[in-house]
Write a protein that binds this ligand. Sequence first.
Ligand code: GNR
Ligand code: NI
Length: 167
Amino acid sequence: MAIRKILHYPDSRLRRIAEPVERVNDEIRTLIDDMAETIYDAPGIGLAAPQVDVAQRVIVIDISETKNDLHVFVNPEIITHEGEQTLEEGCLSVPGIYDNVTRAERITVRAKGRDGKTFELHASGLLAACIQHEIDHLEGKLFVDYLSRLKQQRVRKKLEKQQRLAM
Ligand code: GNR
Ligand code: NI
């Protein structure tokens, strides 16, 4: 297993649309295991493959306090959604920025697991928000896209400056 490097906004690779996974093979299982290690190290509650520069539809999430309840979603699809909730979100690709995002409160997601088997999951609250946040990454979308243009401009300037200082 290995910790993978997380891309930071405004890197254009975060804007690519990820491709469906054809088969959950050893390469995909290694990706899943590395992504799990990467969120536990960060630490974060979720990660989508495009954040580690892999344009494939793979997500891992663990919202548990004890970090022992990993959810794996390959080719996830939201098949039902209802209600609305507003939660403060952050993103490992947009470090140090936190803001409110309104999303569906309850969803049903269909995906394949690490074993390649299709499953359906009902989720609400933080888990539902996190799944929606990660599926957005597969579409090249970031939570800051929901903020005002003025806030987006401030976020971009702040992160560009951080990256210049880190060189
Ligand atoms: O660590 C994360 N926290 C978080 C909090 C609220 C809603 C979504 C998230 S996901 C984020 C990790 C991340 O960037 N995943 O793409
Ligand atoms: Ni994110």
